[in-house]
Write a protein that binds this ligand. Structure first.
Ligand SMILES: Cc1ncc(COP(=O)(O)O)c(C=O)c1O
Length: 420
């Protein structure tokens, strides 16, 4: 273990909560070098929706590599890229009536966000992008400028410009009608708010603490964007690819964003991969105007196409996710009821859930107790006050129930440490 502390930067984070060396993983389980196996409700922060080393995708990947097929190709045409595009059109975009162009902006979620922000600014000729309280869009400068968390923002070391934050759904506890401030400021030429190029939003804020926007609020936002001629960007990096049930998290609200960011579970296998999708008419890029070395990681095209074929050809996964989500919700509500002094509330959608603790110190303790008992979970929210559950969508009901038992025990064990 010494080598990590000696050589790896102090910036390392997750490993501090799980001080062991992991070696292998399968499905919803991850094993360390001591042979101890943990149930994984972290799932690569939403990257492993189909579990670790999914066997259906692994075989495709192994076959692809064994055949000396192209691995790296910048944005050259490859058979793997073509297969992905065809599959994406047939399985995802076509059935949903979405006529989006696909940009490969680089492998990470922040690459997708940066491309979205740049394109919105180029298309509209405006600079300001509106984001929401407790938003998280990534760690590059453009994405940080539309991210809420003050610690992360300070890390930029330079002023973060051209972003304006507005209240997310229920930020003001229902004390004002939705969009009262935003709409009023847009209408008032004296408000000081420059006409925005775009609005960027997560339908469920993952890092922000599993804050769930209602379908009504999202429709209101889409309407506001239309009325004020602002582009609507949905950042579906964490909540897309089925995390909330449907492939895109905005489907339930019946809205059609102008631009969509996807990454994390898109490759289906934990391989780095991102896309930025946008209405055909927004494609004002000049060739090469936005580029990057790792935009064509062909193994990710292969597993991504495989994931679409295996999991999105019908509605089974979506239905299962909703049913499993209800199971998790029931379990968490029971835990909240039994620990009313320690737990503030339960919130979530699909298979993204948060157990909101009254005392921010309690959430990391619950996660530490869970780790001792063989379960990985992370915290989220502005104070880290939310115990966050993102199990792979393929987790069995038995494993979900086992995880909930561990959470119940962990909350019980963590409580006295701060409440006595
Ligand atoms: C909603 C959202 N957008 C963007 C990002 C940034 O993705 P990446 O860490 O791959 O740059 C994240 C990462 O957690 C995210 O949750």
């Amino acid at each position: 273990m010494d080598v990590f502390a000696r050589m790896e930067s102090e910036v390392r984070g997750y490993c501090r909560g799980w001080p062991t060396v992991f070696t292998t993983a399968q499905g919803s389980h991850i094993t360390d070098e001591n042979g101890r196996t943990y149930l994984d409700f972290f799932a690569g922060a939403g990257t492993l929706n189909y579990g670790h080393n999914n066997p259906k995708l692994k075989q495709r990947l192994l076959d692809y590599l064994a055949g000396d097929n192209i691995v790296h190709s910048l944005d050259m045409y490859t058979a793997a890229k073509r297969d992905f595009l065809v599959r994406f059109e047939e399985t995802v975009l076509g059935p949903r009536g979405l006529d989006y162009k696909v940009q490969f902006p680089g492998p990470a979620g922040n690459h997708s966000v940066e491309a979205a922000l740049k394109l919105a600014r180029k298309y509209t000729g405006r600079e300001t992008v509106v984001s929401f309280t407790n938003a998280f869009h990534g760690m590059t400068l453009g994405a940080l400028a539309v991210t809420g968390n003050s610690m992360k923002r300070t890390g930029a070391g330079v002023p973060l410009g051209h972003g304006v934050a507005m209240p997310y759904d229920n930020y003001l506890d229902g004390r004002t009608p939705d969009f009262l401030l935003f709409d009023t400021m847009l209408d008032d030429s004296g408000s000081g708010l420059d006409k925005p190029a775009a609005v960027i939003v997560e339908t469920v804020q993952g890092e922000g603490g599993i804050n769930v926007a209602t379908a009504e609020w999202l429709r209101g936002l889409a309407d506001l964007c239309r009325r004020h001629d602002m582009l609507l960007i949905v950042d579906d990096v964490q909540m897309g690819c089925g995390r909330t049930g449907s492939f895109f998290s905005f489907e339930e609200a019946g809205i059609t964003p102008d631009i969509v960011c996807l990454s994390k579970s898109l490759s289906g296998y934990g391989l780095p991969f991102a896309v930025t999708l946008f209405r055909r008419g927004l494609d004002v890029w000049e060739p090469g105007e936005h580029n990057g070395t790792f935009r064509g990681f062909n193994p990710a095209f292969v597993t991504a196409a495989g994931a679409l074929e295996e999991y999105w050809a019908d509605g089974a996964l979506e239905q299962q996710t909703r049913a499993k989500g209800e199971l998790v919700e029931r379990g968490l509500n029971e835990i909240a009821l039994l620990n009313a002094g320690a737990v503030d509330s339960v919130r979530g959608r699909g298979l993204a859930w948060g157990l909101v603790m009254n005392d921010p110190e309690l959430a990391p303790r619950v996660c530490a107790e869970a780790f001792q008992r063989g379960l990985l979970m992370e915290t989220s929210g502005p104070e880290g006050e939310v115990v966050k559950l993102l199990p792979p969508l393929t987790t069995s009901e038995a494993d979900l129930s086992r995880g909930l038992e561990i959470i119940a025990e962990s909350v019980g064990a963590a409580r006295p440490a701060v409440t006595v």
